[in-house]
Design a protein around this ligand. Structure first.
Ligand code: IVH
Length: 671
């Protein structure tokens, strides 16, 4: 019993300490311990919680990893409607707002404004009761929103518990967003996996909030700033002061907010951020101006949709005009055609822009864009330049509708466009030069075979007839490379060495390098781990493949198609002969003899590991997998939903039952 008491005490202590570190890191941006020490604390807590499941708490900092089960979003009514804001776009409109507010108080109220950044993300309303996060709801239609509590719990800048002198009942509202770095990383990953990238960080944030599995949300690294407090017991009449106090409760409130005594001061704040918003790590689309006194806010009240005490000043999207000179059609490694606009060079948000993607035929016809048109260019998500519209008043006479190409610009094969797909494709995958070069580039890339070779060298090797596919790389000699223009003794030797070294790449990387459509890095890993060898993958049926977690129909079909092509099989054979890895090698570094010949039966559903993983662990740790229980079985490793007859048999034969967590502990696994 004393053990339990001290375990509980230690658990509570660790939770408190970790929450404090989270606060320092995510809210104050001033961590006081390093990542390593933080991880140790978290691991210690995780272990204690596993050993003492009776003290589980959904608000423990260990629970931020999310849940793999599907969330069904329930609809929840907001206790106070989530209003939107009226917009202003210039100083005159803003002054009108100021005049109206003053008139409302017959010009004899002395009030201040609170000025804040207008964060561009997805609005959220979070309720805390007695300092514990209860519910998080999206805006929805303003009256009713989706309960996304499980997803919100994964955002590290949102406290699960408050500290200090917080009101018993508190609703905080704010914006969930994705910073630029995370957005770029996510989109690169999506492009790599042939998923369409998000148009901007706002879409990425709101899309992520609606994901059904919170474990995926947890990996997306969302952030949140909370700018509006609702409670009957707020400590101050000043909204701005309350936000400062709320920071002490652990709430991530706006860092750039000021109070202003008059509209000129407000305007200074606006001008400053209009000029400096590029320096922020996230998107803002304007400034929000609020009457600071809560008492006066109440007196001003609201109209049907917007409060009378607040307004937004929207920045004009940074927009420039330039001229469309020509359109190139690029062929990707999969044969997908991308039209790219060549523009007269122009400065936009600090960078020179000469090209912008036109994406596909639909976008071209929607824009009705023509050569020599004057176009409006904007930054999409502050990063990618995007053609927004055509200034038709400036269109030259006799301009012609831009015709989409019908044949591949590189090999003249007739293009196809499948129902439901946005892109046109060139199907001549084995003889179309940009596709060949693109496939070889992909094969060599860092996440694939990691061969140090540039685009120009691949081009030179291809054009001199030395390589026509990935397998040819392994037949290259130093002399052949040396014969290319610009290659010296040393650089030729380096390339051959890098190719040779790539033969050590593990199976999943080789599989990814093959460039099978929809088989990105992660899918390649999953396939390698589950099916173990290239032979098994080749022989798997579409159904077998689709059954694997995270694979699904579309990928299964694509993998199957790949292996029905004789030419792909031939390349794989040559790569096998060259000595590349086509078999999944278990990480034997963790091999032990802990299970020492013990006969184990697995049954049921498990939470942390798949049955295959468990079976493999039994083997590499010296145990023996048995398919059914008998009197010589040593352990029964039982998960959820084990049939009652099986349990009965296990009990009759007096076999020891172990749980997944006990098993993990037994093997000292680091999960
Ligand atoms: S206050 C009743 N403050 O902009 C007023 N909103 O276009 C509640 N927004 O619905 C909103 N930054 O989603 C407020 N500092 C800020 C904001 C902000 C972004 C969003 C919010 C609002 C929308 C209106």
């Amino acid at each position: 019993m004393t053990n339990k008491i001290s375990a509980e005490k230690k658990i509570l202590e660790l939770r408190n300490t970790i929450e404090k570190h989270n606060y320092n890191y995510y809210v104050l941006s001033q961590p006081i311990i390093g990542d390593y020490d933080y991880d140790i604390l978290l691991k210690e807590l995780q272990e204690l919680e596993e050993q003492n499941p009776e003290f589980n708490d959904p608000n423990s900092p260990t629970q931020r990893v999310g849940d793999d089960r599907n969330n069904e979003f329930t609809q929840v009514e907001h206790s106070t409607p989530m209003l939107s804001l009226g917009n202003t776009y210039n100083i005159e409109e803003l002054s009108d707002f100021d005049d109206k507010t003053k008139r409302f108080f017959n010009d004899n109220a002395d009030f201040k404004y609170s000025c804040e950044l207008k964060y561009d993300g997805a609005a959220i309303s979070i309720t805390y009761i007695n300092g514990v996060l209860q519910k998080a709801v999206t805006r929805g239609d303003g009256a009713i929103g989706d309960d996304v509590t499980n997803n919100i719990r994964t955002i590290k800048s949102i406290p699960l518990k408050l500290s200090g002198n917080y009101p018993e009942e508190l609703t905080v509202r704010g914006e969930v967003f994705m910073n630029h770095k995370t957005f770029e990383r996510l989109n690169n990953e999506r492009i790599e996996n042939e998923k369409s990238p998000f148009a901007n960080p706002r879409n990425a944030a709101s899309g992520t909030l609606k994901i059904q599995k919170s474990s995926i949300v947890a990996k997306r690294n969302l952030d949140c700033i909370l700018y509006y407090l609702i409670s009957d017991n707020l400590p101050s009449d000043s909204h701005n002061e309350n936000l400062t106090l709320a920071k002490k409760w652990g709430i991530n409130t706006p860092e750039h907010s000021v109070t202003a005594s008059n509209i000129d001061e407000v305007y200074k704040f606006i001008k400053y951020w209009e000029n400096n918003r590029d320096k922020l790590p996230y998107d803002i689309d304007g400034i929000v101006i609020k009457v600071d006194s809560i008492n006066l806010q109440k007196r001003l009240g609201q109209t049907a949709k917007t409060p009378r005490w607040a307004i937004s000043y929207k920045f004009k999207a940074e927009r420039v005009t330039t001229k469309l000179l020509s359109v190139d059609f690029q062929v990707g490694r999969t044969g997908a055609i991308t039209p790219v606009a060549n523009l007269e060079a122009v400065q936009l948000a600090g960078t020179e822009v000469k090209r912008a993607s036109l994406h596909n035929a639909d976008i071209i016809s929607e824009l009705d864009i023509r050569i020599n048109d004057t176009v409006f260019l904007e930054k999409g998500g502050e990063i990618i330049p995007k053609i927004i519209a055509v200034d038709k008043t400036k269109r030259p006479q006799n301009s012609e509708i831009l015709k989409y190409i019908t044949h591949c610009p590189a090999c003249d094969t007739k293009l196809i466009r499948t129902e439901g797909e946005a892109n046109h494709y060139c199907t001549n995958s084995l003889n179309c030069p940009p596709q060949i070069k693109g496939k070889i580039e992909h094969f060599c890339s860092r996440n694939a075979m990691n061969i140090t070779i540039g685009e120009a060298t691949i081009k030179a090797l291809y054009e001199s007839g030395l390589i026509n596919n990935a397998a040819d790389l392994f037949d290259l000699t130093k002399e052949q490379v040396f014969s290319l223009e610009g290659f010296k003794e040393k650089s030729s030797a380096n390339l051959i060495e890098s190719i040779e070294k790539s033969k050590d790449a593990e199976f999943s990387k080789v599989l990814f390098a093959l460039g099978i459509r929809f088989v990105g890095k992660t899918v390649a890993k999953t396939l390698a781990k589950n099916l173990k060898t290239i032979e098994n993958i080749k022989n798997a049926t579409i159904e077998n493949l689709a059954e694997i977690d995270e694979v699904g129909e579309r990928i299964a079909q694509s993998v199957h198609n790949y292996f029905t092509d004789k030419k792909s099989i031939l390349i794989i054979e040559r790569l096998q002969n060259a000595g590349l890895n086509f078999e999944f090698i278990e990480d034997t570094s963790s091999k032990t003899n802990i299970l020492d010949g013990k006969k184990i039966v697995i049954s049921g559903k498990f939470e942390k590991l798949s049955r295959d993983e468990l079976k493999n662990l039994i083997e590499v740790n010296g145990g023996i997998n048995q398919s059914s229980v008998s009197k010589n079985t040593d352990f029964f490793l039982g998960g959820d939903k084990v049939g009652p007859s099986k349990i009965k048999k296990v009990k009759e034969l007096n076999i020891s039952i172990i749980t997944e967590n006990e098993f993990i502990k037994l093997l000292n696994l680091d999960l």
